[in-house]
Design a binder for this molecule. Structure first.
Ligand SMILES: Cc1cc2nc3c(=O)[nH]c(=O)nc-3n(C[C@H](O)[C@H](O)[C@H](O)COP(=O)(O)OP(=O)(O)OC[C@H]3O[C@@H](n4cnc5c(N)ncnc54)[C@H](O)[C@@H]3O)c2cc1C
Length: 506
């Protein structure tokens, strides 16, 4: 299956693209249009369809194309934002509500698996968090107390199931893991069986309210009463783009010489943290490890992140070979909680779910529960704790208006390959933004030696893209829009491709 980068994730191996039953655009008005076929879109669509709503899910590529195809699929109750911070920022009651939402989400995942008989290697496992110095040990003790205060079953332990030296460690019961793409495909089948319409290879380009919601797609117009952006980050220009920062994160799946794999999810306490878990696929076990996160396009050589991660893992584990390595993108909210609810600045019938950080398996299901409650009963299940409008930003509307106006600069202009080639001095597979005759040009030389040139100006709000040599994409440092080597949109919030630049050979 295809995903939004050139590296292959563990989950894609031997898996074909999902074939949906729906091929034609539906006529008439749907109750809910869900935009995006990742774990948020599919879990929410299934929930609403089962409750009797007529749903259409629209995916720009194939389902699992986005971050869900590049996740590592731990299902956690102890979140990236520790309960110490949640209690400080949202009070004991708010933190308790987060813990309850997390429990509800895991119950929903289990229920989906049981009810629809989804064979996705779901497993309850032990969780371990370990400290490697005095200050980490102090923080770990505080996290333990805070987690217990919201009902999480955790305790100090003298040993961890990974060969890594540590000072203090805690065990957290009832964590889980699964194969995210098998789960996603199971949700898709269940959604279609319940009568939902699933359209792949259909990009939503614009959403407007004209009494109902009118949606312009790459394959024609559609209409619905409600729309949900399950696109990981909403399209267009919105206050949330300034309140959800894009990060890249790296993962590898390795074989161990000893063939002994631990059966738990294990985390260290660095920032960014490393994690280690086991996944069995087709009779083979793999140690999955991840970390080395950085803000999107803020790392000049993304390949170094893979090298650093691999040497980190080799330091502690008897690695035989690295079988898969991949990177992907997540969005971090400003206060550590996701944005789930009405999309600010849009009609009341337009919703969003984003800003999950590294806890999207659980928060996607919190979104499924919260958005269903909003659409079905006009109520918030979690007392608007996750409401996207909880964060205000003064004076943004003028900025958005100015920045959204994208102007084509290269119209009709040609450039000579030989001039750019001399200037850029690129090895095959490499790319660079070069300055030539007053223009900035994003130039890529593919493995066959062919050149591809596009404007480096992101079509979202005009920031300049940078080359990601790990996934061979042009990434925008501002709001995380990503484009293929030849400028096609891979990841929102942009919905227009980079402007092509015409190259001449003679
Ligand atoms: C390396 C890495 C490891 C992670 N590990 C974990 C983990 O262990 N546990 C955990 O809980 N979370 C983890 N996360 C986070 C989690 O994977 C994500 O939060 C989650 O997958 C997001 O799912 P989503 O459905 O919201 O977005 P996506 O999976 O990105 O889906 C969005 C979909 O929308 C589609 N789309 C976009 N624009 C349009 C458009 N205009 N029209 C139609 N469709 C469109 C995209 O093609 C895409 O398929 C990890 C993240 C990373 C980067």
């Amino acid at each position: 299956m295809k995903r939004d980068g050139t590296c292959m994730s563990l989950w894609q191996n031997n898996i074909e693209d999902y074939i949906s039953k729906t091929q034609e655009l539906p006529s008439g008005i749907a109750d809910v249009m869900i935009i995006g076929g990742g774990i948020t879109g599919l879990s929410t669509a299934l929930q609403l369809q089962k409750a009797g709503k007529k749903c259409v899910l629209v995916e720009a590529y194939n389902i699992g194309f986005g971050t869900t195809g590049g996740t590592t699929a731990h299902i956690n109750t102890v979140l990236d934002t520790p309960y110490t911070d949640l209690i400080r920022d949202f009070g004991q009651e708010g933190a308790q509500r987060v813990a309850d939402a997390t429990k509800d989400a895991i119950a929903l995942i289990k229920n989906n698996i049981e009810e629809h008989q989804i064979n996705c290697d779901f497993k309850i496992v032990k969780g371990f968090l370990f400290a490697q110095n005095e200050s980490q040990s102090k923080v770990l003790g505080e996290i333990l107390e805070a987690s217990r205060s919201v009902g999480i079953d955790a305790n100090h332990v003298p040993a961890i199931p990974a060969p890594i030296p540590f000072e203090k460690a805690i065990h957290i019961s009832h964590q889980a893991q699964f194969h995210p793409i098998k789960y996603l495909y199971g949700l898709a089948e269940a959604f279609e069986k319940e009568g939902g319409l699933l359209l792949q290879h259909t990009r939503v380009e614009r959403v407007e309210e004209k009494g109902t919601i009118h949606v312009k797609t790459s394959r024609g117009p559609m209409e619905a009463r409600y729309a949900i952006y399950a696109t990981h980050v909403p399209l267009g220009v919105n206050v949330l783009h300034f309140r959800a920062a894009p990060y890249r994160s790296y993962a590898i799946a390795v074989k161990l010489k000893s063939n002994v794999y631990h059966d738990a999810v294990v985390y260290d306490m660095y920032d960014p943290y490393h994690y280690y878990r086991t996944q069995d696929i087709d009779g083979e076990s793999y140690l999955v490890a991840g970390g080395n996160d950085h803000k999107t396009a803020h790392e000049a050589n993304a390949q170094f992140c893979f090298q650093n991660l691999e040497s980190h893992v080799r330091k502690y584990f008897d690695v035989d070979s690295v079988k898969f390595k991949w990177s992907s993108q997540y969005f971090e909210s400003i206060d550590g909680l996701p944005y789930i609810g009405h999309l600010p600045g849009n009609p009341k019938s337009v919703y969003v779910a984003t800003g999950y950080g590294g806890n999207g398996m659980v928060f996607s299901h919190v979104a499924a529960l919260e958005l269903s409650e909003k659409i079905l009963n006009n109520r918030s299940k979690y007392k608007d704790l996750f409401d996207p409008s909880r964060i205000k930003l003064a004076g943004l509307s003028n900025f958005i208006k100015e920045q959204a106006d994208v102007v084509a600069k290269f119209l009709g202009k040609w450039f000579y390959v030989k001039d750019l080639e001399a200037l850029a001095d690129l090895a095959p597979g490499d790319a660079k933004v070069v300055k030539y005759e007053g223009h900035s040009i994003a130039l890529h030389k593919d493995d066959m030696g062919n050149f591809h040139a596009v404007s480096p100006t992101c079509t979202h709000v005009h920031c300049s893209v940078a080359w990601n040599n790990a996934e061979r994409s042009w990434d925008c440092p501002c709001h995380g829009a990503r484009y293929s080597f030849d400028g096609k949109v891979l990841t929102g919030p942009a919905s227009k491709d980079l402007e092509p630049i015409k190259l001449k050979h003679e």
